[in-house]
Design a protein around this ligand. Structure first.
Ligand code: SF4
Ligand code: SF4
Length: 133
C-alpha cells in the first residue's frame, strides 16, 4: 500500500471534499486507538465502557478497536450532512486519503481530494502505481 504523507495537506483540502462522503461508505474498518475511544466517549457524553460496548468490536488481529458494522454497511456515524462525530473522528479518517492508499483506481473515480493531491504534485495514477510498495 502506498503512502502519500510526503505530500503536505493544504488548507483547502477539507473544502475539496465538499459534501462528498464516499469514503465513509466504502467497505473497510474504521479503527480507534484507546485515546481516540476516550475522545469519542467524551464527545458523545458517554461512559467509555458504554461507548466501547455500543459501537466497537475487536479487530481481527485483536490488537485494535474498530467500529462495529455489517459487511457493506457505511460507517455508523455518517449522516446525510456528513460525519456526526467530525471533531472526534479518529486519525485514520483525518489522514484519508494520505495514508495507506489502496484501490487507487477507485480513488481516482470517486475521490476528488485524491485527484487534487495528484494534480498539485504533477503525478498521474500510473506514476503512483509504478512506485514500489
Ligand atoms: S468516523 Fe466520520 S469521517 Fe470517519 S468514516 Fe465514520 S463518518 Fe466518516
Ligand atoms: S476524502 Fe475523497 S472520498 Fe472522502 S470525502 Fe473527501 S473527496 Fe470524498
Amino acid at each position: 500500500m502506498r503512502n502519500l504523507t510526503r505530500f503536505s495537506e493544504e488548507a483547502n483540502d477539507s473544502q475539496i471534499c465538499g459534501t462528498c462522503t464516499s469514503c465513509c461508505r466504502w467497505d473497510g474498518e474504521v479503527r480507534f486507538s484507546p485515546d481516540e475511544l476516550e475522545t469519542l466517549a467524551d464527545y458523545l457524553k458517554m461512559d467509555v465502557r458504554d461507548c466501547a460496548e455500543k459501537f466497537f468490536e475487536l479487530s481481527d488481529d485483536r490488537r485494535n478497536l474498530r467500529l462495529r458494522m455489517g459487511q457493506g454497511d457505511p460507517c455508523p456515524f455518517i449522516s446525510e450532512k456528513g460525519c456526526t462525530i467530525y471533531e472526534a473522528r479518529p486519525v485514520q479518517c483525518r489522514n484519508f486519503p494520505y495514508v495507506w492508499v489502496r484501490e487507487e483506481a477507485k480513488l481516482m473515480e470517486e475521490c476528488e481530494l485524491f485527484k487534487a493531491i495528484l494534480k498539485r504534485n504533477n503525478l498521474t495514477l500510473q506514476d503512483l502505481q509504478n512506485e514500489k510498495d
